[in-house]
Design a protein around this ligand. Structure first.
Ligand SMILES: N[C@@H](CCC(=O)N[C@@H](CS)C(=O)NCC(=O)O)C(=O)O
Length: 211
């Protein structure tokens, strides 16, 4: 299998962490999805990575769907199970993923708005509210726990840990660590896992003009 990924991408990181936790071997293809050189549109009509390309069958894209696909194709107990065991816990894990991915979406909007000649303050304020609302929700849900659900790593922690890692790289100016020390401790504890260490995000240079 091959995974098309980008070094700062929180969406791709969710997939890389899941592959690492499940111990599934794969080839990592790193791209800059915003540049015209990217191969991503050849595999995903939405032109977004991550894209997982299985040895046989169609490419799989959208991080939440890739995680669903991996859990179906590489199920527990043979492979590490990222889904909580009860239906209510699974639904909650997916809700955490919705909030975490939504925060990532707002961060991406902010990142590109900042690059415009005349950034819209109203637009930026709207996106910031989403990020701040998401941080508060994550902080409330985490409390002082090591993991959000079941006292072990699940989909919920993979999604939450990925957005927090992304904010550390791209949004150093947002003081979320001071605002929510419990979230910072949670993020640091997750960061000690091998699957998080080996997928630590770092910035990429975008060459093309995007906005
Ligand atoms: N909802 C998508 C978001 C993926 C996404 O926005 N990926 C970015 C890279 S971090 C991308 O490829 N953007 C290129 C574009 O939107 O044209 C997912 O969860 O996979």
């Amino acid at each position: 299998m091959k995974l098309i990924s980008a070094t700062p991408s929180p969406y791709a990181r969710k997939v890389r962490i899941t592959l690492a936790e499940k111990g599934i071997p794969f080839e990592l293809q790193t791209e800059v999805p915003w540049d015209s050189t990217t191969k991503t549109p050849q595999h995903n009509p939405l032109e977004k990575l991550p894209v997982l390309i299985p040895d046989e069958g169609k490419p799989v894209y959208e991080s939440h769907f890739i995680l669903e696909w991996l859990e179906a194709k590489y199920p527990a107990p043979q492979y590490y199970g990222i889904h909580p065991r009860t239906q209510d816990d699974l639904l909650f894990a997916k809700q955490v993923e919705v909030v975490s991915d939504g925060m990532c979406d707002a961060c991406v909007m902010l990142f590109f708005e900042k690059q415009r000649e005349n950034p819209s303050q109203e637009w930026n304020a709207r996106q910031m509210r989403k990020v701040e609302g998401g941080l508060k929700a994550l902080s409330d849900w985490v409390g002082e726990k090591d993991f959000l659900i079941e006292d072990r790593l699940t989909l919920a922690d993979i999604a939450a840990g990925s957005v927090l890692g992304y904010m550390t790289v791209r949004f150093e100016a947002i003081p979320w660590r001071d605002q929510y020390p419990n979230l910072a401790r949670y993020c640091d504890r997750l960061g000690e896992r091998e699957s998080f260490k080996s997928t630590k995000p770092y910035p990429q240079t975008i060459t093309d003009r995007i906005v």
